[in-house]
Design a protein around this ligand. Structure first.
Ligand code: ADP
Length: 328
């Protein structure tokens, strides 16, 4: 590959935060410095690029962060970056420092921005999938997913204790606007009777029929895990239908919300973040651009931004069948 050698790179976190972003930042900064690059931290995603909030990092700036959730660079959404004038401002701020490569840690929206930016200006961009939702093609796991699922599982296990004590039917809502992976994994991991996700059609009649049948045989403890983006509109809406159909049932709703984004990253998230962060810098050094670094079957895999953006993973029907069988 013939390419201009990068000498100064920027790293930013953008869009929704996810646990493990700090481990990725640390890997990018330390690998960059190892290779003799100057590494700049761009604060609050593209917003900091436009507002010239950019700081030179050293190995100490990323000390003691691998175990912390959130992101030391902070994250934001930036409408102005969606305009050519905004991106020009961002480019000017990079250029005046001589930054000639960019690592963007975020979701598919952030990659869309990076793709447009690197087409407009001569700045190679590498993406790392930082999202709890695991909704990006080209990688088996995203940074933060494993932590979010484990947080959900620990919370649902606690709910199950009180659920069992009172013979209650609990409807727990987990995050996932477009993707049901958190619901699927945490639902299977906690033995949920039903898992409702955006990828599949929800047959409420079938669910009600099965709950009534369980009620008849005095199986009153039931757990339904619902992804927030599920077609009925989340746990509250599902509970209305269930309460109406089963007036005798003691139905409770719990929305786990933002606790799923926070907390110390799991070992798996720290590992993939470190692995991907290292390869983001290696990629810039060999002249790659416009690709997301992912991990497939434990091997690094590069996916062009347009594929990582457009392709959504599909949850196999097989999993839903297994859920039904195991919950009987
Ligand atoms: P995520 O990266 O988590 O999917 P968003 O979709 O909110 O989060 O995107 C994060 C940021 O990426 C946006 O606030 C915007 O600055 C930038 N971005 C997203 N889509 C585009 C686009 N089409 N053009 C330019 N920038 C974009």
């Amino acid at each position: 590959m013939s390419h201009k050698k990068v000498t100064k790179i920027g790293v930013l976190t953008s869009g929704g935060d996810s646990p493990g972003m700090n481990a990725a930042i640390r890997a990018v900064v330390r690998t960059g410095i190892y290779h003799g690059l100057e590494v700049y931290g761009i604060m609050r995603g593209y917003a900091g690029m436009l507002e010239d909030d950019i700081v030179l990092m050293d190995t100490r700036s990323v000390a003691n962060i691998i175990q912390r959730g959130g992101t030391i660079l902070k994250t934001a959404r930036c409408k102005e970056f969606m305009t050519p004038e905004g991106r020009q401002k961002g480019y000017d701020n990079l250029k005046k420092r001589g930054i000639d490569g960019l690592v963007v840690i975020g979701g598919d929206g952030s990659f869309r921005g990076a793709q447009i930016f690197s087409h407009e200006f001569d700045i190679p961009c590498i993406g790392l999938p930082g999202t709890i939702d695991k909704d990006i093609a080209g990688t088996d796991f995203t940074i933060g997913f494993d932590t979010a699922v484990n947080t959900a599982i620990r919370a649902i296990d606690k709910i199950r204790d009180t659920m069992e004590a009172h013979d209650r039917l609990f409807i727990v809502e987990v995050m996932g606007r477009d993707a049901g992976y958190i619901a699927l994994y945490s639902g299977i991991g906690t033995g949920a009777e039903n898992i409702l996700i955006p990828e599949t059609k929800t047959d409420m009649n079938e669910i009600i029929a099965s709950l009534s049948e369980k009620e008849k045989r005095r199986k009153l403890v039931n757990l339904i895990v619902v992804a927030e983006g599920e077609e009925f509109g989340g746990a509250q809406e599902v509970s209305k239908v269930v309460k109406e159909a089963l007036p005798k049932a003691d139905v409770r709703v719990c929305i786990l919300g933002h606790i799923q984004r926070g907390g110390a990253p799991t070992c798996q998230d720290r590992l993939i973040a470190s692995h991907m962060g290292y390869y983001a810098v290696e990629s810039l050094l060999v002249g790659r651009s416009n690709v997301m670094v992912g991990v497939i079957n434990n091997k690094i895999h590069y996916t062009p931004f347009d594929k990582a953006v457009k392709e959504k993973q599909r949850i196999g029907q097989e999993w839903m069948r297994i859920v039904k069988i195991l919950a009987s």
